[in-house]
Write a protein that binds this ligand. Structure first.
Ligand code: ATP
Ligand code: MG
Length: 450
């Protein structure tokens, strides 16, 4: 993409309405525009990152054997009356009446709807196990929408629902989700720690929240610092294996890590003092096992092996897709701007032409642009006539991991400058070598053509 043809409305001033750094940077980098309290337009740069995050979520869900689908945002109140949640949910639910005076709502979550789909089409235990998911906009009329996309009213969530014959099978689904979530966040360059949590209005017995440690996080968390040393890395997981998923789940959850709702001071004190941590975190996901809480009242039963109807065991599992943009920026920025992890960056590399209009510099930039394109990598090429300082400031603000600077002086010696956004380190290289170096880094992340 050539910057001269793109739509990137960066702001010079720091917007006064934003209290935390991720919100400020998303506004300044022209990623979002607020349209009403907690409701945002996703401008092209923000939309690109949102799509990248969704793509990772889809890939990891499907790797775990979960099946994508799409349910509507608007739901009929009748389903929610069946589960008893129409009255229980409270003012966070946006209630709407259509022209025929029918009660509708903008879905804050989809347990009822998915249970309805299940009971309409699945009759036998032979169709289990089944996990369906979608990525869809939700609406919750939060009392205090704030921090930009972190606590919106309209927000994008991946929500998935498992249906199993027995509690053991449903716990396997729970463990499978836990492991696949860890992998999902790691691919986004994030460490999200599974912490034992409280189930709240969804209800249920077992639940973990995934928290990204950050000073601006809304949750208070208590953990054993050794938990931050555990990583999945590129270890292959057999998601069909009950034992393997349980073992990995236990590896990630055996150390103390809890939100304030489940915190137990007596157990916490038993951790060696130097490893005890009290901190703040951003909730980027949550998994639940809740058994037959919805299947029983809504009649979601299957015929079991003995021919008798049994209510299915269910769980629901959510990832805060739009909140993740804020969480990633909170975890990865400096005083110049955002630093995107390679896995989610909106463009893989930025090219800055120091002398637009100079035939040699323009030709060198065009050649670099084409080389990256041939390797399946996306470039943002600053081909404007702005002065160099301004170009660098914008590139640093929007946070592309790699930048190549092209100018007549370097070209005379056959080199361009390659700069790493995270370390700020630069080196001079012949253009082909700069391309190869950047391509190799992305290849290691599974990005670009081989
Ligand atoms: P919170 O405690 O932050 O209000 P929640 O526990 O009510 O969230 P869940 O029902 O667990 O939310 O939804 C799954 C995920 O959706 C959460 O882990 C979070 O990442 C995201 N999410 C929830 N509410 C919002 C919101 N208002 N804005 C953006 N993302 C949200
Ligand atoms: Mg939650």
């Amino acid at each position: 993409m050539r910057l001269s043809r793109y739509f990137l409305p960066v702001l010079k001033e720091t917007p006064s309405e934003a209290q935390i750094v991720s919100h400020r940077l998303m506004l300044r980098a022209g990623m979002i525009k607020q349209q009403a309290a907690g409701i945002y337009s996703w401008l092209p740069l923000g939309f690109k990152v949102l799509r990248n995050i969704e793509k990772i979520v889809h890939e990891e869900q499907q790797r775990a054997g979960h099946i994508p689908m799409l349910m509507p945002t608007l739901q009929s109140a009748d389903l929610w009356r069946e589960s008893g949640r129409y009255d229980a949910y409270g003012p966070e639910m946006l209630r709407i009446r259509d022209r025929h005076d029918r009660d509708m709502l903008y879905g804050p979550t989809n347990e009822e709807m998915i249970t309805d789909i299940f009971r309409s089409h699945v009759n036998s235990y032979k169709n289990l196990p089944l996990t369906l998911y979608h990525i869809q906009w939700k609406f919750r009329d939060e009392v205090r929408p704030r921090f930009g996309v972190m606590r919106g009213r309209e927000f994008l969530m991946k929500d998935g629902y498992n249906f199993d014959l027995t509690k053991e099978d449903a716990l396997h689904a729970y463990n499978r989700h836990l492991v696949s979530y860890v992998r999902t966040y790691e691919r986004m360059g994030l460490q999200a720690i599974p912490m034992r949590a409280d189930s709240g209005p969804i209800g249920g017995d077992d639940t973990h929240e995934f928290l990204v440690l950050a000073e601006t996080g809304e949750s208070e968390v208590f953990y054993d610092s050794a938990v931050t040393d555990i990583r999945l890395g590129d270890r292959a997981i057999n998601y069909d294996s009950v034992e393997e998923c349980r073992a990995v789940m236990e590896e990630f959850t055996s150390l103390y890590a809890r939100t304030d709702e489940t915190h137990d001071a007596a157990i916490f004190e038993q951790i060696p003092e130097e490893r005890r941590r009290v901190a703040r975190g951003i909730e980027v996901g949550q998994i639940f096992y809740f058994g037959t809480k919805y299947s029983e009242p809504m009649g979601a039963t299957v015929q079991g092996p003995d021919g008798k109807p049994v209510p299915v065991h269910m769980g629901s599992h959510g990832i805060g897709v739009s909140r993740l943009l804020g969480a990633i920026i909170e975890a990865s920025h400096d005083d110049k701007g955002i630093i995107w992890p390679e896995g989610v960056t909106p463009f893989h590399v930025g090219i800055v032409n120091l002398k637009q209009g100079d035939a040699e510099a323009d030709a060198a930039c065009d050649a670099l642009y084409d080389s990256f394109g041939a390797l399946g990598l996306e470039v943002l090429y600053d081909d404007t006539t702005e002065r160099a300082g301004g170009k660098f400031a914008s590139m640093d603000l929007i946070g592309l991991p790699w930048r190549i600077t092209v100018g007549p002086r370097g070209l005379k010696n056959g080199v361009v400058e390659l700069t790493c956004r995270r370390t700020g380190e630069s080196e001079e290289l012949p253009p082909e070598q700069a391309v190869e170096k950047v391509a190799a880094i992305y290849r290691a992340h599974g990005i670009g053509r081989v």
